[in-house]
Ligand binder design. Structure first.
Ligand code: PMT
Length: 412
């Protein structure tokens, strides 16, 4: 996995060198980005030697004539897209303020805005700076937006004062990294059935009804569950995506086929997640030959498809059931209705008209409606990260008194 390590200008910058080495030893690929102030404390060459990669120091790399080159002008986007985690160590009050307020005047602050990867920051600064209301407000703002903060420790500070402001222990930072990347195996006793993608409802041999689902959300869930140790069965409508490694892949075309595949696998699963955008209606008749064009208006009769969740919900027992709600209005109201109507433990609601959310994107904005009346709105994030948060919520739901039983969890 690829970590981008942002180093900003504080005395603790030298500790980031040891951290880069530890991350490498743990098998991560580390791309270091240094601010101008950080370079006053440690030379980029130190990090380049440790990571074997060039250190990014400027928003614009310049050629010998002093002009910025085009490649470097968009490099922050390329780095933003290929990073699995942005880690900033040490994080100064200045970079926290930039992140919180959305300023983007150097590579690191621009990268922060451009990436959908999880972000971990480990602040280090003078105790008064740490306690200043401006810093407190920035920290809370970032926390509310999903940035993980590894709180500084207390002790003697480089400025000669004593108090909170020392960079957290490297072990604590590494633990936060592992946590943010969900490198845990907490689904080893689960068999997770995931539906993904669109369905295609044929009208004749060349025409069909479908929708804009790419399968990205469902595949991200399947991959996340597999990485966390689950046995995964992925029932997918037609997509352009390769099947994730380590999952049992069942390709289907129509709602009818998806229904059959889900019913066949349901008894062996302990968790079922319905991320597919299943057609609610299909043509009542499928023509054996291509329908011919005529001058007359054409009316096509549609009939309802099977409601897959509703059918399996009757045999739910203590399985965890997750439905999705793709909404364009009244998100919360519709999601709560679906939670009850589908007998689900969790509804993942997305407003598919919101910028960055819904169909055929790498990102999503979802709110989790849990059966214990908890509502968890999540900010814009990659579908991989959203998948991890959904699994985290399932772990919480599993721990509530009246769901899991050990026997059910080891089914399959
Ligand atoms: O695939 P992507 O491009 O990544 O896009 C992701 C997504 C927008 C498809 C996904 O986030 C999402 O919202 N999936 C559900 C889409 C949907 O069909 O929502 P719905 O509100 O119409 O259906 C509610 C639930 O019932 C869904 O869990 C659906 O899978 C399920 N359903 C619907 C119809 C049907 N006949 N049987 C079902 O089980």
């Amino acid at each position: 996995m690829r970590i981008t390590l942002g180093v900003t200008g504080g005395v603790a910058a030298y500790k980031a060198a040891e951290l880069a080495r530890r991350l490498q030893q743990d098998g991560f690929s580390v791309q270091v980005v240094m601010t101008r102030a950080a370079r006053e404390f440690v030379a980029p060459l130190t990090f380049a030697a440790l990571t074997g990669q060039n250190v990014i120091t400027d928003l614009f790399a310049r050629d010998t004539s002093g002009s910025a080159n085009l490649e470097s002008a968009v490099e922050h986007i390329a780095v933003a897209q290929r990073t699995d985690l942005l880690l900033v160590v040490p994080a100064t009050a200045d970079i926290l303020a930039k992140f919180a307020r959305g300023l983007a005047d150097d590579f690191l602050s621009t990268l922060f805005l451009a990436t959908a990867a999880p972000v971990v920051v480990a602040p280090a600064m003078n105790v008064n700076m740490w306690q200043h209301p401006a810093t407190r407000e920035n920290i809370e703002m970032l926390r509310a937006r999903g940035v993980r903060i590894v709180e500084p420790g207390e002790g003697y500070l480089a400025c000669g004062m004593t108090g909170q402001g020392r960079l957290a222990e490297l072990e604590d930072i590494l633990a936060a990294v592992r946590d943010a990347l969900h490198l845990k195996r907490d689904f080893e006793t689960e068999t997770v059935l995931v539906t993904a993608g669109p369905t295609c409802e044929d009208l004749d041999p060349v025409r069909y009804l479908t929708n804009r689902s790419s399968g990205k959300m469902g595949y991200a869930l399947a991959q996340a569950a597999a990485r966390r140790g689950a046995k995964v069965i992925l029932v997918s409508g037609p997509t352009a995506l390769p099947a994730p490694d380590g999952v049992q892949f069942i390709p289907v075309r129509s709602a009818e086929e998806m229904h059959k595949a889900v019913l066949a696998s349901f008894s062996s699963c302990t968790v079922a997640i319905f991320a597919a955008a299943v057609a609610d209606y299909r043509p009542a008749a499928r023509h054996a030959h291509k329908m011919k064009r005529t001058k007359a208006p054409l009316t096509i009769e549609l009939e309802p498809t099977p409601d897959i969740i509703a059918d399996v919900a009757r045999h739910k027992a203590d399985r965890l059931l997750v439905g999705f709600a793709a909404e364009t209005d009244h998100l919360a109201e519709n999601a709560r209705k679906k939670l009850a109507a589908k007998n689900a433990d969790l509804i993942v609601a997305n407003d598919v008209t919101a910028q960055g959310a819904g169909f055929d994107l790498d990102t999503n904005i979802v709110t989790l409606f849990s059966r214990d009346n908890r509502e968890t709105p999540l900010p814009l994030m990659s579908k991989s990260e959203a998948a991890q948060r959904i699994l985290d919520e399932l772990v919480r739901l599993r721990s509530l008194p009246h769901t899991a039983s050990a026997s059910r969890r080891s089914a399959g």
